[in-house]
Ligand binder design. Structure first.
Ligand code: SF4
Length: 231
């Protein structure tokens, strides 16, 4: 049974103390990594923390953070301000360890994702973000079909009108409007969702010129949404 927490403080304490994955035999390093409070207007969801994030106890701390914050700074956010005011979390919140291949970190299994999902759902329900930034394939698959290619989704955005947010954890693509350019919402208080590729140096996808153009479109969308929403 999923525990429901009364406050964000209680939720955060439960996340920090969680050992569900370890108890079920998954090789994680316990200690959930996330930052932010319920007052945030923007929520950024990554895949899972890396080892340097565990050491520093903050999301997107090292090289992937440098690239991510380059993109966010191009969209108009300064890193310190973004970290102080917005919410950063991940599909799974504990370090999953190295991949067997030795290249990068292990992708959390579907079971681990399912074990951590109630935490993510409650974070979203507390924050009710006006803008959700999905970073990397695992986070993107929260909303888009499993077979969606990065080339198809990066540079696009989805707008969920207020009526679709009766469920604050809204990931039903059919309830949103997919856009390739910013258009001010007439109804005011809906939620934008913008996907970004994983900024890890282990990923070569962002380096290809055609993909860089898609990232630039995503940055333009983020910039327009940020200015319009004063996030
Ligand atoms: S990844 Fe999530 S569910 Fe698994 S132990 Fe960490 S906080 Fe708990």
């Amino acid at each position: 049974m999923t525990t429901t927490y009364d406050t964000m403080t209680d939720l955060h304490a439960a996340m920090r103390g969680c050992r569900r994955c370890l108890e079920q035999g998954h090789a994680i390093t316990p200690g959930a990594i996330f930052s932010g409070q319920a007052a945030a207007q923007v929520m950024l969801i990554g895949q899972a923390p890396g080892v340097t994030e565990v050491e520093a106890k903050r999301p997107f701390n090292a090289s992937s953070g440098r690239r991510l914050f380059q993109w966010l700074e191009q969209a108009g956010w300064q890193e310190d301000d973004f970290r102080a005011r917005q919410y950063m979390t991940a599909v799974t919140k504990c370090y999953p360890g190295k991949d067997k291949s030795g290249k990068g970190d292990r992708v959390p299994t579907k079971t681990e994702q399912a074990l951590c999902r109630p935490f993510l759902a409650q974070e979203i329900a507390f924050v009710r973000p006006r803008l959700l930034i999905l970073v990397g394939g695992l986070a993107i698959k929260l909303l888009y079909p499993a077979n969606a290619r990065l080339q198809e989704v990066i540079g696009t955005a989805v707008y969920f009108p207020p009526a679709a947010l009766h469920n604050p954890v809204q990931f039903d693509l059919s309830q949103g409007q997919q856009l390739t350019a910013f258009a001010p919402a007439q109804d005011g208080n809906g939620r934008w969702v913008v996907p970004l590729p994983h900024p890890s140096g282990a990923s070569l996808w962002p380096n290809k010129p055609a993909n860089q153009a898609l990232i630039n479109r995503a940055i333009d969308l983020l910039s327009a949404i940020r200015e319009h929403g004063a996030f």
